[in-house]
Design a protein around this ligand. Sequence first.
Ligand code: NAD
Ligand code: IPM
Ligand code: MN
Length: 351
Amino acid sequence: SRSVKLAVIRGDGIGPEVVAEAVKVLDAVVEGSELSIDKTEFSLGAARYLETGDVLTDTDLEAIAAHDAILLGAIGGVPGDPRLRDANIERGLLLKLRFSLDHYVNLRPTKVYPGVPSPLANAGDVDFVVVREGTEGPYVGNGGAIRVGTPAEVANEVSVNTAYGVERVVRHAFEIATQRRNKLTLVHKTNVLTFAGKLWQRIVNEVATEYPQVSVDYLHVDAATIFFVTDPARFDVIVTDNLFGDILTDLAGAISGGIGLAASANINPDGTFPSMFEPVHGSAPDIAGKQIADPTAAILSTALLLDHLGAPELAQRVVAAVDADIAARNGATRSTAQVGDAIAALITAAQ
Ligand code: NAD
Ligand code: IPM
Ligand code: MN
């Protein structure tokens, strides 16, 4: 038997509600397997900040980094809450984890599951993955403002794109394409963001010569949003920068039948640091505490975790149970815990 050290960050809002179900499913699937999971809870997020003033201390970060992987629910308070204005939990906690742990591949798969009503009338056979760069772009915090609060204020946010950073994520995206349908789409805005755009396009062109079996195309991000709605089945692997990837993957969640279905993995492929698994969605303050959040995204994130831990057969059991549960949903209204119970029961019944 192999023991895995998992750091669990339940977070804020619906975070604890969906993580409870993810953990339930994880416990069910590892039961009787060669894998055992040793969990450590880290109380982090807006609630912790309001209580203690801490966002993510060096001690927290070091302790988390000593784990094999991280499961995260969601962090963040009500957008605009004045008590959180100075803290910036998102940057100080979530992005600090992604950056410090070098999560340069942010993997965000999308499928339209049979039986789930997509808002698209004819979604088609949708099965794609967005490979979102996770450590660069406009997210780096390379900005500043002057004359703040005056009519002459100037605020800059500089997007940082390095050849090193772009090449490593592009290579990873090509590798994924070879394990799928050998199709890769670069999404950017090369017509306007010309410096970063040239770098991304050049690197994609260069790496493409090493993958002759992969067909490569390009879309400007604005046009990509059209095709996400009119013809999402055309996509296989999309590689894109940090901000475009953020926006596109909320849209991807929506077309797949809801953001509560969208799972993600923040991966450090080198294995130097623990990778982190979390739903794409946030803390959803508007529905928090009501037991109505869909935990499927958090549960599917555990399948990505199991895959990453080298237990693809366990990951497959989670996916199969989710598939079966989704197919049987038929628009029924169930609580967050009922969805988790049903998926855990399907797993237990199948073993
Ligand atoms: P959100 O994703 O939390 O919510 C957007 C909408 O989707 C809301 O109407 C919400 O009710 C709905 N929704 C989200 N998850 C759902 C689920 N599992 N089931 C059913 N409906 C669901 O985005 P937001 O409102 O922009 O952000 C809220 C807070 O979360 C902010 O503080 C934001 O910064 C933070 N956030 C955190 C993460 C993260 O921790 N990874 C991700 C996104 C946003
Ligand atoms: C996400 C979130 C985060 C992001 C925020 C909360 C920093 O929206 O995981 O998609 O922009 O990456
Ligand atoms: Mn987002």
